[in-house]
Design a protein around this ligand. Structure first.
Ligand SMILES: Nc1ncnc2c1ncn2[C@@H]1O[C@H](COP(=O)(O)OP(=O)(O)OP(=O)(O)O)[C@@H](O)[C@H]1O
Length: 319
């Protein structure tokens, strides 16, 4: 049997503790929530789940998986850590390279959602995610046979930078989704295979006003800027407008978002896009336009469902 292409995600794992309230509490106020839920999250884990679900069938037997997905990161030695690992397994992601750090706590996001308006307030405690540093993580992320390394910016920047440099040295392709946006050193862009940004990230990293992205000419200028800095493939996701792409050969275009759908919750739309696009990167005969169109279709399914990882479609739902 041919070996499956291998994608590794090096990034964050969090547990979201979500309380739904009739209004945001005032200072000193104790408020009863109308409902509460615990759900696995973190951009790293969400993108790993997107790769896992989109590379295999929900019924597991009918379609064989199209890729092997591994996650590298850190959790605490608590029940939330255990929950995150078993959750990844259930979505087809191999969690065995994730480090459970003794005496550390798992990353937590405390989210309060005002039910009438949907406005949320979030307190993020990165905890174990902040301890994701050192050569051990880089070696795991670049294990022999890795075809693509995906990273975001919810773990220490020095880990992302060191892993990027080492991946380039070893000839392993990197897909960087620099979220949340932070300025990056220029050498990151040089030889970077795939850069996927949303509008906010594009304007911060591209050093332009967000209004510049309102027109196709503006999107072209910003993308060209990244290509000149050494990126091979640039993708800007535009929410309800769709996706803009450009590669170093000059191939470019705007793919419109799917129309006539009922948008319920856009959480994890970007993560779904990254997962579907990544599977095309390792699938052979990569064509940026085709990869972007598939990503756009998959994330249109995610926005029609509530939740984060739950809302990401399986392979048999997009084919
Ligand atoms: N309202 C929508 N209708 C159709 N498709 C959408 C809509 N919103 C998002 N999408 C799809 O999802 C992709 C990613 O969305 P977006 O640009 O908002 O990413 P993001 O800001 O990284 O999202 P998130 O952080 O919530 O995961 C879009 O490029 C588009 O393909």
């Amino acid at each position: 049997m041919a070996t499956l292409p291998k994608i590794t995600i090096l990034g964050s794992l969090n547990i979201d503790l979500v309380s739904y309230v009739p209004h945001h509490p005032l200072p000193g106020e104790t408020l009863s929530a109308t409902s509460f839920k615990v759900s696995p999250g973190g951009k790293g884990a969400n993108q790993a789940v997107a790769c896992g679900k989109l590379s295999r069938s929900s019924s597991s037997s009918s379609i064989p998986p199209s890729a092997q997905i591994k996650m590298v990161g850190a959790v605490g030695s608590d029940t939330y850590g255990t929950l995150l690992l078993s959750n990844l397994s259930s979505y087809g992601v191999d969690p065995t390279l994730i480090t459970s750090i003794p005496n550390a706590k798992t990353g937590i996001a405390i989210i309060i959602v005002d039910e009438p308006t949907g406005e949320n307030r979030i307190v993020l405690s990165a905890e174990a995610n902040n301890l994701c540093s050192g050569q051990e993580f880089i070696e795991k992320a670049l294990e022999k046979g890795t075809d693509l390394l995906i990273m975001q910016l919810e773990i220490p920047m020095e880990t992302v930078l060191a892993a990027t440099e080492e991946a380039k040295r070893r000839g392993i392709k990197v897909l960087l989704n620099p979220a949340p946006a932070k300025k990056l050193p220029e050498e990151v862009y040089q030889g970077l295979a795939h850069l996927i940004v949303n509008e906010t990230e594009a304007s911060i990293l591209g050093e332009v006003d967000e209004r510049e992205l309102d027109t196709e000419e503006g999107l072209e200028r910003v993308s060209e800027g990244f290509i000149k800095r050494g990126v091979e493939n640039v993708v800007i996701t535009l929410g309800a407008r769709g996706v803009y792409y450009m590669d170093k050969s000059g191939k470019k275009g705007l793919v419109e978002a799917e129309k006539g759908i009922k948008v319920v919750d856009t959480t994890a739309a970007g993560d779904t896009f990254v997962g579907r696009y990544a599977l095309d990167v390792v699938g052979g005969g990569f064509d940026i336009e085709v990869a972007v169109k598939k990503g756009n279709k998959a994330s249109a399914i995610t926005v029609q469902r509530a939740g984060a990882q739950d809302s990401i479609p399986w392979k048999d739902e997009v084919e």
